[in-house]
Design a protein around this ligand. Sequence first.
Ligand SMILES: Cc1cc2nc3c(=O)[nH]c(=O)nc-3n(C[C@H](O)[C@H](O)[C@H](O)COP(=O)(O)OP(=O)(O)OC[C@H]3O[C@@H](n4cnc5c(N)ncnc54)[C@H](O)[C@@H]3O)c2cc1C
Ligand code: SF4
Length: 336
Amino acid sequence: MAKIHAGDCDFLSGGTDLLPNYKCGLNAHGHVISLQHIAELKQIGRDSKGAFTIGAGVTLAEIERNTEVPRGLADCAAHVASPLLRASGTLGGNLMLDNRCHFFNQSYFWRRSLGYCLKADGDRCHVVPQINEGGKSVLNNKVCVATHSSDLAPMLIALGAEATFVGPDGKRTIKLNDFYWGDGIARFDRKPGEILSHVTLPPWAFNVRSGWKKLAPRQSIDFSVVGVAAVLELDGDKVKTLRVALGAVDTTPVLFDFSQQEKRREPGHYLFVDAYKNMPEAVGKKLDDALIETIAKHVQTQAQPKLNVPMAPDYRKKMCGVLTRRLLTELRGGGK
Ligand SMILES: Cc1cc2nc3c(=O)[nH]c(=O)nc-3n(C[C@H](O)[C@H](O)[C@H](O)COP(=O)(O)OP(=O)(O)OC[C@H]3O[C@@H](n4cnc5c(N)ncnc54)[C@H](O)[C@@H]3O)c2cc1C
Ligand code: SF4
């Protein structure tokens, strides 16, 4: 069925993101295919090979209540939207969430009055109206900076998750960190007709401390305007593994792997933040207040929030550092 409609269909899981967008006339397709009754997408737990997998159709409420998943992930799921939305919203829908922007998440009437924008129906960006091309400032009709707003994506990236897709050309598995790519329109590397089947957590994700903090206008219901996920493994008081991932500050989640095992994709795929530029050393060092401060400063310096979701970019940038510091301090003490 996916092959028949590939290119002109959307998949529907819980519908908590897709349906509000359809109501606003945002990039609606000719066909909507429901995934709600595919039992295989609803499995959570160890598979026959002992790997821990979470099906794309598992709801956020189920992840929140699951006692086996890393604590950071359960906590992250527990802070998405509201209990009602978490009862319908799924992992798959959360990881494929559309990017958000003041000028995009509006009614058709509202957007028409402004002349639309690049991400839906228009030919210009209202957030970054001009770009530099060959030394000249020209109209930006190329790059959308809409904010990536999924909470679970940065948490699962920090935990080293892999995503498995099935589609007309078969099955493929990709590091979740490599899946997110490009500007606020492209967002990720999903092929036409593909559905996310499940994510798999590596064994080491169960031996580390993990946590999540989010900044939102209201702690209940609102989308994050900064999300910080962290994973920490200590050898005595020395750092063995330290990964921080930011959400809601760019067009994709941003991984800072201070253990330097996973690099970001090459510049050119990634538009705004270079997480690895001047990255401080952490592995083998004592995780004292000074090191936490250095790491928090680095995350804050590299973060580049845009003025297209609530709260001022300068404040959100500062909060990237503040939340990183708070989270690492908590994890050093053993977590919540
Ligand atoms: C008021 C409000 C507050 C919210 N707050 C938050 C928040 O704080 N944090 C947050 O992260 N989200 C938030 N959300 C967004 C949303 O509720 C959740 O992200 C939810 O998990 C989306 O899942 P869903 O199953 O409802 O997605 P759907 O709406 O069904 O789908 C979303 C997108 O994913 C695609 N999709 C779904 N499943 C698959 C699959 N298996 N394979 C391929 N594509 C798929 C759909 O085609 C669609 O493009 C909020 C939404 C609302 C309305
Ligand atoms: S950032 Fe993207 S969604 Fe926002 S106005 Fe620009 S093109 Fe539109």
